[in-house]
Every structure is written in structure tokens, then in C-alpha cells.
Design a protein around this ligand. Structure first.
Ligand SMILES: Cc1cc2nc3c(=O)[nH]c(=O)nc-3n(C[C@H](O)[C@H](O)[C@H](O)COP(=O)(O)O)c2cc1C
Length: 325
């Protein structure tokens, strides 16, 4: 409660005086150097879920992009998030697009970004990940690459150090990824991934108008064990405030579409793991997605607007609702 109020009335006001990426770096460094015991969260059994046969203490996870370089995931897990997606990791260090490339749309609680995978590179991130042994089973590593081999190389770098992988073939900021959005490419990537790891693999898909694309990809991945999808990445937009003129929108405006995609897919794919990402801001959104059959949920933008007490608040309401029991 104290944390929520101080975030709403003080910390957020100060942070929002800085450009988004600078505010992010400030928080990230603060969290990186804070000792873990300052973030104590006790999970209740009633918020536990099973994902690919393993227990996770909450269905609410951190979406890819918030902890691109594995500096703050352990703190997010201690704030009440059940799992955290580190990355998207690229093999080599990468600058990403020119700035400005993140913009806050405060009135609609959303963000625009055109980052295009800035990354410290796989080797530096691996070093940090190795320090998270205790929470290894709650870390998913998001990997991407400019071709299949790069994606697979990234998986082999991290394969003994995380719960599973999310393969990002959906960022609207990286043109090269479009070539992977078809069942043949997805099948080829998964087959190669399966040659090197038995860990869970999620394919993170873009927001598309034609839901047949989701359907065809889900049909293909159903042949494999421990494979699921994340629906969906940010919504492609054009905006001249971004240096490169286009990017992706995230946050509250996406929730209805996220729910719509899930409601379309779930009845057709009863047993597939479907994780939802896009617009989740509170318990109500979480409830709607879980009731419609989401296996888990990831969020990013709401944490910026609602603050570090968000997961704990949702977990508390989940506990009282008995939705998961
Ligand atoms: C600034 C920013 C950076 C992001 N970076 C990544 C990324 O590296 N990889 C990825 O798969 N998704 C990335 N995303 C997308 C998020 O993981 C998430 O799917 C999307 O923001 C929708 O969720 P939200 O509405 O809860 O933010 C990013 C989103 C934002 C806002």
C-alpha cells in the first residue's frame, strides 16, 4: 500500500520527468544494486499454476523487453511475478534503432517503441543469468536472430540456465522477422530447437488481422512436445515522433484485441499452451484472460504506469477470487 501510494504520487512523477529510456535505465540500475531481501513477497498456494508440467507461483509474468539484459529479473520475481522473460537477446551486442524510440502516451496508458533489439549480447547476458541459479526455473529467455541459425545458436548458449525459451519472430521493429511468420519456418525452427533442448519453447507471434495465420501455426506446433505460443507482440503503428517513423504500441488499448485472439483460438486448440501478452493492467484483465483459457499472462507497460505493487495486488485478488483453485 505504502509502495503503491509513493509510486503513484512521487516516484512515477519524478521518473516521468525523464525520457522513457533514461527512466528505465535509472530503475534498472537501482534494482540491480538493491539487495534481494528488500523485496520480500510470499506467494500463496492458491495463485500457483502449472506450465508445461512445472509449478509457477503466479500466472502473471514479466514480458520480454523489460529486462532485456538480465539485470532486474530476480527483483521482479520478488515483487510477486511468477516468472520473467529475459531478453530479447541477440547473439552480438546491438545498438538498435536511433532515438527517440520510446514514447509515453500517458492518457491512454500506453507506450510506442521502435527499439529493434538493443542488446548487451548473448555472452554478457549469460554471465548475469548464471547468477540467478535459485530462480532459474522461473526464467524464460527470449531469443531472436536475423536467421534461423542465429536463433538456434542463442538457444544453445542458454539451454542449461533457464526454464525455457520464447522465440521472438514478431517484433514490428525488425523487418527481417516477417519471413518466419509461416508454418514451414516455425516448424523448421522448432525442429532445430528440439535437437538441442527438451525445454519448453514458446513462439511469440505478431498481431495480425488474419487469424488463420495463428491457426496454421498452432496446427503445426501441436505436433511437438512442450511447445506453445505467446499472443501477441505490440501493435504495429506509424508515428512521426519515433525517429524511424514506425514501431509498436503496447499497454491498455491492446487488451480487447488480446482477448479476442484468445477467444478465437482456445476452442480450436484446447490443449495448446497459450500465454497472453498485451494490455493487461489489473485483476479484471487477468480474470478475463484466465477465464477465456490463457495458461499464463505477461505484462510490461502496466508496470510502468501502475508501479511495483501491481503483481502483488493482482495475486491478492486472484487468491480471494479462488479463480485458480
Ligand atoms: C519498450 C518495449 C520493449 C519491448 N521489447 C520487446 C522485446 O525485446 N522482445 C519481445 O518479444 N517483446 C518486446 N516488447 C513487447 C512486450 O513484451 C509485450 O509483448 C507488449 O508490450 C504487450 O504487452 P503490454 O501491453 O503488457 O506492454 C517490448 C515492449 C515495449 C513497450
Amino acid at each position: 500500500m505504502f509502495l503503491d501510494l509513493s509510486y503513484k504520487y512521487l516516484i512515477k512523477k519524478i521518473l516521468f520527468l525523464f525520457p522513457p529510456e533514461m527512466a528505465h535505465a535509472l530503475i534498472e540500475n537501482f534494482l540491480y544494486f538493491m539487495p534481494n531481501f528488500l523485496f520480500i513477497n510470499k506467494f500463496d498456494k492458491s495463485t500457483e499454476i502449472t506450465l508445461f508440467g512445472e509449478k509457477m507461483p503466479s500466472p502473471i509474468g514479466i514480458a520480454a523487453g523489460l529486462d532485456k539484459n538480465c539485470k532486474s529479473s530476480s527483483k521482479y520475481l520478488s515483487m510477486g511475478f511468477g516468472f520473467s522473460v529475459v531478453g530479447t537477446v541477440m547473439k552480438n551486442p546491438r545498438e538498435g534503432n536511433p532515438k527517440p524510440r520510446v514514447i509515453r502516451l500517458i492518457d491512454e496508458k500506453s507506450l510506442l517503441n521502435s527499439l529493434s533489439f538493443p542488446s548487451d549480447g548473448a555472452m554478457i547476458i549469460l554471465k548475469r543469468l548464471k547468477r540467478l541459479k535459485k530462480v532459474k526455473n522461473r526464467i524464460i529467455v527470449s531469443v531472436s536472430g536475423l536467421n534461423e541459425d542465429e536463433i538456434i545458436e542463442n538457444i544453445s548458449v542458454f539451454k542449461d540456465h533457464c526454464f525455457g525459451f520464447e522465440i521472438n519472430i514478431s517484433s514490428p521493429n525488425t523487418e527481417d522477422l516477417k519471413k518466419f511468420i509461416n508454418p514451414e519456418s516455425v516448424e523448421s525452427i522448432i525442429s532445430k530447437a528440439r535437437n538441442i533442448t527438451d525445454s519448453p519453447v514458446l513462439i511469440k507471434l505478431p498481431r495480425v488481422e488474419d487469424y488463420n495465420i495463428y491457426e496454421n501455426i498452432l496446427k503445426t506446433i501441436s505436433k511437438f512436445n512442450k511447445i506453445g505460443i505467446v499472443i501477441a507482440n505490440t501493435k504495429p503503428i506509424s508515428d512521426s515522433r519515433l525517429k524511424v517513423g514506425k514501431g509498436g504500441k503496447s499497454g491498455a488499448p491492446l487488451i480487447n484485441e488480446t482477448l479476442k485472439i484468445l477467444k478465437y483460438l482456445r476452442p480450436k486448440f484446447k490443449d495448446s499452451v497459450i500465454i497472453c501478452s498485451g494490455g493487461v493492467s489489473n485483476f479484471q484483465d487477468t480474470r478475463k484472460l484466465l477465464e477465456a483459457g490463457a495458461n499464463a499472462i505477461q505484462l510490461y507497460t502496466a508496470l510502468i504506469y501502475e508501479g511495483p505493487g501491481l503483481a502483488r495486488k493482482i495475486n491478492m485478488k486472484l487468491k480471494n477470487s479462488r479463480l485458480l483453485s
